[in-house]
Design a protein around this ligand. Structure first.
Ligand SMILES: Nc1ncnc2c1ncn2[C@@H]1O[C@H](COP(=O)(O)OP(=O)(O)OP(=O)(O)O)[C@@H](O)[C@H]1O
Ligand SMILES: [Mg+2]
Length: 719
């Protein structure tokens, strides 16, 4: 039987795709055809009659990857791929549990809780049990529960040696009971429940073991303990497990992924042969050389080389912008130029390390009228915390905005329950008024009346404070007064949301500077438009925005990797953890190897992020890419700082660089001057830059660290 799909494979790929029935590990670098080999092997198994489509189980990392695999299979073979067990761990477990819900102890229509729903459920639980959520922060409990489940363990399995852990253990058990009562299942539970089902029910296990004699796993390096245990349950004595992975692309250790699963796999499944693929088919030479040189800085690699038969291609373009807006503008201009050269937007990716970085990029794309899609993360103005903040702003502007009122009347929690809200809505219905008017009418008595009354007071107080202030300050006050900022600051994992809230202030600064209309209404209109427009649908030609994590396994003609600054990439959090930098470097390796033909690296000397100006030093990773592979685009090259000096502490601005200090003779501020700030207290100016509306100073505060401040808004006084 002819198998044209085997024709293009190189000898190692061919060997892997047509291996006899045995477990195997394919260990190979980025772009070497792992996913292609895995897909081709499925086609080969089916076409040679070694397996029926129903006898195959394949695990991919994302739903998108699963869909793509099915499409490719459909193109290789005249079979109906619908109904094949190809999907993510979560997707496949869901399927198993739906088919056997009774055995698994679940209602037929069990609901799945996403991460936000899960958190909500935990909060409700704490409240019902009267547990102090400051002592047991819900987010922390969520982590505790999920991490334990990801190891294949339940509350009862936790070894609790201290009262605090014992309490967490108790709450974990109570949470599981609540979920069971309500018929809901969180993500980790999907896996654990189906793993337990298989371990408990011998006949069911035997059924699936004899059915799935071929199990194939992509991105094996990122499986966690429970996923590995699940695979072991499903793989019967005559199953062949075909695992492909790349230790250099292991980027989920923070979520419990274990590269060690690879070694366990070799041992547990008697793998006697590890196949390596060393030819990269994706990228031009320069891009590959850069990736190889970078990853060589990691220790303890399993070791493999990657080469390409492609030409060296174009140099990697490196752009150093004065600030984040300039960086975004550069990306927009280059993307447009690529489009003119005939490259579709859909084949261009914009990658960043952290979600908060997308706002400036989105803004620039929006202004340029370039359609874009944000993958694996919400667009900035659609994020929960931003929506809450906007709702407060809407209320400040218009108290009759019922939608906004409902969103935040009990957020952060003020003890206004669903029952009180129902009563309020009833009164509004009777009076044919807005909720605000209904609340004001005084018809709602008792405790509900009092707490809703104080919410009205709060909004009125916010209106008073904001009166006459510039927009960015209005937002700052709103964030503080509403309790939003404090709410997210108190959450153990709220840092990202706090960053996003501060980004909203930055957005307002940018908006005011650009539009010259600092009315709240204008800003809200802008936010609504940016949220609604330019969300290009599937299939249309839109630029692809995503974090590096979300880009795993994908490839693009051109890739822009932005924000290459110490503290951003490698990320601040990782720099303090053992192995943190190595994981960041693997992430950088993943980013670089997404590019097929063209790679842009960029950084900004200063950036508005996390609520303040930051002065970023170039990422150490840039030093790890050989100079001869790089082409610097802007004319002002400057030496990079050594990685040791990687703090955000005051740095002398390099003369001649785009952000060089331009002394404004009319400015009343100068370096060395003592100043006072309403919030941060007293300090001394250590740096000045810009002039007029752009003037900023860096102040070393006695008790509040070093901060960049925009003079227009900072309200500094000489001291
Ligand atoms: N033998 C080959 N001939 C031509 N093109 C190939 C060959 N093998 C793989 N490719 C192409 O190279 C690219 C990378 O392949 P693939 O995505 O399977 O690599 P990968 O190892 O899974 O990468 P990653 O590690 O990023 O997941 C794809 O466009 C694929 O079609
Ligand atoms: Mg792949």
């Amino acid at each position: 039987m002819t198998q044209p799909f085997l024709a293009g494979l190189n000898p190692e790929q061919l060997e892997a795709a047509t291996l006899p029935h045995q477990s195997a590990l394919i260990l190979a670098g980025a772009g070497s055809g792992k996913t292609r080999v895995l897909t081709t092997r499925i086609a080969h198994l089916i076409q040679t009659g070694q397996a029926s489509p129903a006898g195959i189980l394949a695990v991919t990392f994302t739903n998108k990857a699963a869909k793509e695999m099915l499409t490719r299979l459909g193109a290789m073979l005249p079979i109906n791929t619908r109904g094949m067990w190809i999907g993510t761990f979560h997707g496949l477990c869901n399927r198993l549990l739906r088919a056997h819900h009774r055995e698994a102890g679940l209602p037929a229509l069990f609901q799945i809780l996403d991460s936000a729903d899960q958190l909500g459920a935990i909060k409700r639980l704490l409240k019902a049990l009267n547990v102090d959520d400051e002592k047991y922060p819900p987010k922390q409990l969520q982590h505790f529960i999920n991490n334990t489940k990801d190891q294949g363990l339940r509350a009862k399995d936790v070894e609790a040696h201290d009262p605090y852990t014992r309490k967490q253990q108790e709450l974990f058990a109570a949470y599981d009971e609540q979920c069971q009562r309500e018929g809901v299942v969180d993500f980790a539970e999907l896996l654990l429940r189906s793993y337990e089902l298989l371990s408990r029910d011998a006949s069911l296990r035997a059924h699936y073991q004899s059915r799935f004699r071929h199990i194939l796993v992509d991105e094996f390096q990122d499986t966690n303990r429970l996923q590995y245990l699940w695979l072991k349950q499903l793989a019967g004595p005559d199953a062949a497990v075909f695992a492909v992975g790349d230790d250099d692309q292991s980027i989920y250790a923070f979520r419990g992924a274990r590269v060690g699963n690879m070694q366990d796999f070799e041992r547990d499944f008697g793998v006697d042969k590890v196949i390596k693929l060393e030819q990269n088919y994706r990228s031009h030479g320069n891009i590959l050389d850069a990736a190889n040189a970078l990853i060589a800085h990691n220790r303890g690699r399993l070791g493999k080389n990657l080469w390409t038969a492609e030409s060296t291609g174009e140099p990697i373009r490196l752009y150093e912008a004065a600030n984040d807006q300039e960086e975004a503008q550069f990306i927009v201009d280059e993307a447009k130029a690529l489009k003119r050269e005939g490259i579709e937007f859909a084949h261009i990716a914009l990658l960043y390390r952290s979600n908060a970085q997308s706002r400036v990029l989105e803004h620039a794309l929006f202004n340029a009228g370039i359609p874009y899609r944000v993958h694996g993360g919400l667009r900035f103005f659609e994020r929960q915390e931003i929506k809450h903040a906007l709702a407060y702003l809407r209320l400040i502007g218009n108290t009759d905005d019922d939608g906004a009122l409902l969103r935040v009347i009990n957020f952060p929690a003020r003890g206004i329950g669903a029952r009180s809200l129902e009563q309020l809505q009833e009164i509004a219905r009777q009076n044919q008024s807005s909720l605000w008017q209904a609340a004001k009418s005084g018809q709602l008595g008792g405790k509900a009346g009092t707490s809703i009354g104080s919410f009205l007071e709060l909004i009125r107080a916010m209106q008073d404070t904001c009166e006459g202030l510039p927009l960015p300050e209005q937002i700052e006050h709103m964030l503080a007064q509403s309790g939003l900022l404090a709410h997210y600051q108190a959450e153990k994992d709220g840092a990202d949301r706090v960053d996003n809230l501060n980004e909203l202030v930055n957005a307002a600064v940018g908006f005011v500077n650009e539009i010259e209309d600092d009315s709240l209404v204008a800003f809200l209109t802008h936010a609504a438009l940016e949220a609604g427009e330019h969300q290009a649908g599937e299939g249309s030609d839109a630029l692809q925005l995503m974090t590096v994590h979300a880009a795993k396994g994908l490839e693009f003609h051109a890739v822009f990797l932005s924000g290459l600054e110490e503290g951003l990439f490698p990320h601040d959090n990782a720099r303090n953890e053992a192995d943190g930098v190595e994981e960041e470097r693997r992430l950088m390796y993943v980013a670089i190897t997404r590019a097929r033909r063209r790679l842009y690296l960029s950084l900004a000397q200063s950036r508005m992020l996390h609520g303040q100006f930051r002065y970023g030093l170039a990422s150490r990773f840039l030093n790890e890419i050989p100079e001869n592979l790089l082409k610097r685009i802007n004319p002002a090259p400057k030496a990079y700082y050594a990685p040791e000096k990687t703090t955000w502490a005051p740095q002398p601005t390099p003369a001649g660089s785009p952000a060089a200090y331009s002394r404004d003779s009319s400015s009343p501020w100068h370096v060395g001057q003592n100043v006072a700030h309403a919030k941060f207290g007293s300090g001394v100016i250590v740096n000045c830059e810009g002039s007029g509306a752009d003037a900023r100073v860096q102040v070393k505060f006695r008790n509040a660290g070093v901060k960049w401040l925009a003079l227009e808004y900072a309200k500094l006084t000489p001291a």
